[in-house]
Design a protein around this ligand. Sequence first.
Ligand code: TYM
Length: 350
Amino acid sequence: SERVFSGVQPTGNLTLGNYLGAIKNFVAMQERYDCVYCVVDMHAITLPQDPKALVDATRSVTAAFLASGIDPTRHIVFNQSRVHQHAELAWVFNCVARMGWLNRMTQFKEKAGKDRENASAGLFVYPALMAADILVYRATHVPVGEDQKQHLELTRDIAQKFNNDFSDRIAELGLGVPMEVGRERVHGYFPLTEPVIEGPATRIMSLRDGTKKMSKSDPSDMSRINLTDTADDIARKIRKAKTDPEPLPSEMDGLEGRPEAANLVGIFAALSGRTRQDVLSEFGGRAFSEFKPALSDLAVEALDPVAGEMRRLLADPAYIDGVLAGGADKATAIAGPVMDDVKRIVGLSA
Ligand code: TYM
């Protein structure tokens, strides 16, 4: 059966990148799949966090999920640290993943920076925890932005190695299903998860530099639109957003070599649910001084209600904590039996 899993880290303010690249798709996938949406607080502590700020940010991401239209009564919304099976399966996966695989992860290299000797060991094994998040629900589809693609490839590699290494044992215990892996037939317990990286907003760029990803950790607040920005903030940031002096092109190939223009057109398309070509057909030949106010209006129209609803929800932290506790119970009902199976497969005591 098919199931969606995805996660968002509670570190800093959520950006328009998180919203358009991930959360908006989470909402859309609720119609067709059973979904599990997780605030990954254990991933957050791979870098230093202020404990009080982490508690607040966990509630704030939860509020963003709910305010955007994720329904915790029909789907599962919870935070990672409440369901201990994530950590347990991550340990097994630390023993499945190879050092060489983890060494190739570009996000580790970026986040560890020059002083790699001083990075936490958790930051290095971060992708094994991410694989555990997904596979402890045996999820088949994972909606994410482009920056998570390499981690999802690693998730498939881990699932495949686990299935291969334990194939006989999985069959002996009557678990899993027969699967083709290349030319081999194995008895596989974990699905090979599909990344879902779709639409015009899989990689929203900084408003100050069209070659850099929009990020909650960028030192310049002008580089990003935060989910909680006021209408005035949004208008000012878009007005000041970097562009080139040419008018907008009317065809897609006219965006080549114009990263800032391409970014703003992508944002417009994602916010309005239109294609980029459709946006260019309307705005081609017009100046940014005309396009930017239309983009601002659209962004305010989309984000203002979300920000308002987040404020309303965050005024009642007990309600949010109740949602997370209820979600954790539902998550444990799936993750518990999977982890028991894994322990039997591997030869640990369940
Ligand atoms: P995180 O918290 O950095 O980002 C959450 C989601 O937002 C997407 N995103 C973007 N999309 C488009 N443009 C951008 N500028 C942009 N910035 C962020 C991310 O791709 C992501 O989908 N490792 C993950 C969290 C995680 C996870 C998981 C995700 C942990 N376990 C299991 C999926 C499945 C992360 O750090 O996302």
